[in-house]
Ligand binder design. Structure first.
Ligand code: IPE
Ligand code: IPE
Ligand code: MG
Length: 252
């Protein structure tokens, strides 16, 4: 698998469909509370939104979709909610993997697996193996993921692999060890649920990503809401440090 160079080196053509979309799926709890339901009912409904979003992405020919399902900080939630989320995660993978495979989707999980039950880890590994050779949408689920954890685990791996380089590391020494090394950097980041923060999601990879925030709660994030995010992306000018004028001049 080839590694991608930093997105900041090349300028994607404006108006294109983003190749890689990264999403913080937020607002499940509020969606449920508004309906006088327990918070977990929102998480259950949120899985439906994931299923639909995968479909929209395939129809638009998005190549990579990366979803934040559980952050390294989400362990701080009440034990019952954490257990419910783990169960839901387990069941959703079990139930959906055959369909993902039929649709030529490659499923990859990123994040620290050391706190997961053995059963969940086995299920994750089996699902990744089953779909490993698929050539369609690359669906990445970030679970027990944190951006700082990612950078640190990459630094540790890089140092073990090339100890002689200490003090002379470059970006391209590090990037092969980041969790998303198989994907180009996200073009579009979407956060639902109204908060305008990154919450320790992809810190390194979002350096030049177009950020889109919407008040829509995750279970309500339908095709129309998704299209608004795409339209917003298509109206942006990605300059990566250059001036507007440079973008219309022929490349030098
Ligand atoms: C996001 O929804 C799902 C996870 C963090 C697992 P929340 O559970 O954070 O929903 P709100 O923000 O409380 O509404
Ligand atoms: C971020 O959502 C993590 C996921 C969506 C998985 P949170 O709702 O936990 O984020 P904060 O803590 O409010 O920033
Ligand atoms: Mg939240």
């Amino acid at each position: 698998m080839g590694f991608f160079t930093s997105a900041t080196q090349t300028i994607p053509t404006a108006g294109e469909i983003p190749k890689h979309i990264a999403v913080i799926m937020d607002g499940n709890g509020r969606w449920a509370r508004k309906r006088f339901l327990p918070r977990v009912a929102g998480h259950k409904r949120g899985v439906e939104t994931v299923r639909d979003l995968v479909k929209y992405c395939i129809s638009l020919k998005v190549e990579y979709l990366t979803l934040f399902a559980f952050s390294s900080e989400n362990w701080r939630r009440p034990t019952e909610e954490v257990s419910y989320l783990m169960e839901l995660f387990m069941h959703a993978i079990k139930r959906e993997v055959a369909k993902l495979h039929q649709n030529n989707i490659k499923l990859i999980m990123i994040g620290d697996r050391s706190r997961f039950d053995a059963e969940l880890v086995t299920q994750i590994e089996a699902s990744e193996q089953l779909t490993a050779n698929n050539t369609g949408l690359v669906l990445t689920i970030a679970a027990n993921y944190g951006g700082r954890w990612d950078v640190l685990q990459a630094v540790n791996k890089m140092q073990l692999a090339a100890p002689q380089l200490t003090g002379f590391y470059r970006e391209d020494h590090l990037t092969p060890y980041l969790s998303l090394s198989y994907a180009p950097e996200p073009d579009l980041f979407i956060r639902t649920g109204g908060e305008t923060r990154i919450s320790n999601f992809l810190l390194w990879q979002l350096a030049y990503t177009e950020l889109y925030f919407t008040d829509t709660l995750w279970p309500d994030f339908n095709e129309e809401a998704f299209n608004l995010a795409i339209q917003s992306y298509q109206n942006r000018e990605r300059r990566f440090g250059r001036t507007s004028e440079q973008l219309i001049e022929p490349k030098t």
